[in-house]
Design a protein around this ligand. Structure first.
Ligand code: SAH
Ligand code: SF4
Ligand code: F3S
Length: 453
């Protein structure tokens, strides 16, 4: 008897945690006979894993749904059936609205419910529309099957979810719920499985990953520093990263681990959002700009080759030219490898969305954003330039755009393109960097003397 797989199409927006979640949904559904495909045409099930962090998120979901609806109708015209599901943070925030406005959507469910997918699919297959946006009392992590799907040699591993910090601009505490840490053993087991499946690099993920406080085997509480020490002992694992961190949770022990654990990459994404103490306070970030400067200085002392990236919000309500200049100054003082900057976007239901006073006009915010990004582009180009002539270990993870080219990531997550054999994909190889561009590097694979002999 030949087994036919059902086709599953997943489209993912948003942060790395959504990418992790999409992979895990794929794992759950593979145990129900689904196989992921890369086109929605003729799929048996489609999942849109959505993000609600900035504006137009909901509009994007509806326009994508409009496109997918055609595929569903085509399939039904041929007597087939297709389930359409909306998952992720827009589903959590706008679930009822989606079901109301898109009658062809079969399932809507939030980020904490993925372990209930088999039951939800059963219901939806029986022609019942499903909405599930509860925050269950049991954790989804305890009920997900073992990890099967990793992204090549570099794997994402969610160790912590949700957020209790309530920055005034942010939807995450509402869409993901309160902070939750997985137990240390659970994380270590999953890391081992990922390494067994070929991962050389693991990115530990959480909305506030450095607030991690999972249980230890003896009933105590761990922290990120301890977890990193333990994970670094896994044979075959070469690189560890973590994201996203909050400056307030960057304690001395974690800072020290950057100096101790060589597998921990010398690159840290540490979002600050603003360089103005006034704005930081209005954002409820609960620290001053100088605290960030201190943390950066301590990290540099602990690991001399460390470099940074960050997130800044430009045009938060009340931001004056001076506040903006303070953000520019903080970026100048830090000097980034790369940095994301976003124009402030008022999110329904967040405290900042009801601020009426001193709103920054859109054209002013756009102009500031441009100035900020120009500074960051300069910093990025300058950092890339310092890599010329150096030898860097590159984790090759895919083919390049041109024939005979492969591409990978440096310790600083820069994209590196070289001419090389596909066989090197999935390994870490030393590359002599010959030329730096604005967004990438190129070089030659280092030939060791004994190989040429
Ligand atoms: N937990 C992380 C941030 C997660 S959201 C932290 O504390 O830094 C990712 C980024 O999106 C944020 O760092 C912020 O820069 C941006 N962002 C979040 N809400 C936003 C909003 N309402 N408008 C513009 N940018 C926003
Ligand atoms: Fe959002 Fe702030 Fe929590 Fe980050 S720390 S997820 S910005 S509320
Ligand atoms: Fe977006 Fe939700 Fe991640 S809002 S950034 S997908 S936590």
């Amino acid at each position: 008897m030949t087994q036919t797989h059902k086709k599953l199409f997943i489209k993912t927006w948003g942060c790395q945690m959504n990418v992790y979640d999409s992979n895990r949904m794929g794992d759950i559904l593979s145990s129900l006979g689904y196989k992921t495909v890369d086109t929605p045409v003729d799929a048996d099930m489609m999942i849109l894993n959505t993000c609600h962090i900035r504006e137009k998120a909901t509009d994007k979901v509806f326009s994508e749904l409009g496109r997918l609806r055609v595929h569903k109708e085509n399939k039904e015209a041929k007597g087939g059936k297709m389930l359409i599901a909306v998952a992720g943070c827009v589903a959590q925030a706008e679930g009822d609205f989606i079901l109301e406005r898109a009658p062809f959507v079969d399932m809507v469910f939030g980020p904490q419910t993925y372990h209930e997918l088999p039951e939800m699919i059963l219901k939806a297959s029986g022609d019942e529309r499903v909405i599930n946006t509860e925050f269950p009392t049991i954790s989804k992590f305890d009920h997900l099957p073992d990890v099967h799907t990793i992204e090549g040699a570099s794997a994402f591993l969610s160790i912590q979810e949700g957020c209790d910090k309530f920055c005034t601009f942010c939807v995450v505490p509402y869409t993901r719920g309160g902070e939750y840490s997985r137990s240390e053993q659970e994380v270590i087991n999953e890391a081992r499985r990922q390494v067994d499946q070929g991962a050389l690099e693991i990115m530990l993920l959480g909305q506030n990953v450095n607030a991690y406080h999972g249980k230890t085997a003896d009933g105590g509480t761990s922290n990120l520093a301890n977890l990193i020490r333990k994970i670094s002992e896994i044979n075959g694992l070469e690189r560890i990263r973590y994201s996203t961190s909050h400056p307030r949770d960057m304690d001395d022990e974690l800072i020290a681990v950057h100096g101790e654990v060589q597998k921990l990459m010398p690159f840290l994404h540490l979002p600050v959002q603003s360089g103005s103490d006034r704005i930081l306070e209005a954002m409820n970030r609960k620290h001053k700009a100088d605290v960030y400067r201190d943390v950066i200085a301590k990290l540099r002392k602990s690991r001399t080759d460390i470099a940074f990236s960050s997130d800044y919000i430009i045009g938060f309500p009340g931001e004056t030219e001076q506040d903006f200049e303070d953000s520019m100054q903080l970026a100048r003082d830090t000097g980034y490898v790369s940095c994301y900057s976003f124009k402030y976007s008022a999110r329904p239901g967040t405290p900042a969305a009801s601020i009426q006073a001193a709103l920054v006009p859109d054209d002013v915010a756009s102009e500031r954003l441009q100035r900020f990004q120009a500074l960051i582009n300069e910093q990025q180009a300058a950092f890339n330039k310092t890599c010329e002539g150096k030898t860097m270990p590159i984790l090759f993870d895919r083919k390049g755009k041109k024939d005979g080219q492969i591409t990978g990531r440096s310790p600083y997550s820069q994209s590196v393109y070289v001419n090389g054999n596909d066989r090197l994909i999935g390994s870490i190889v030393n590359v002599n960097i010959t030329e730096a561009f604005d967004n990438s590097l190129t070089g030659n694979i280092e030939i060791l003397d004994d190989e040429t002999a």
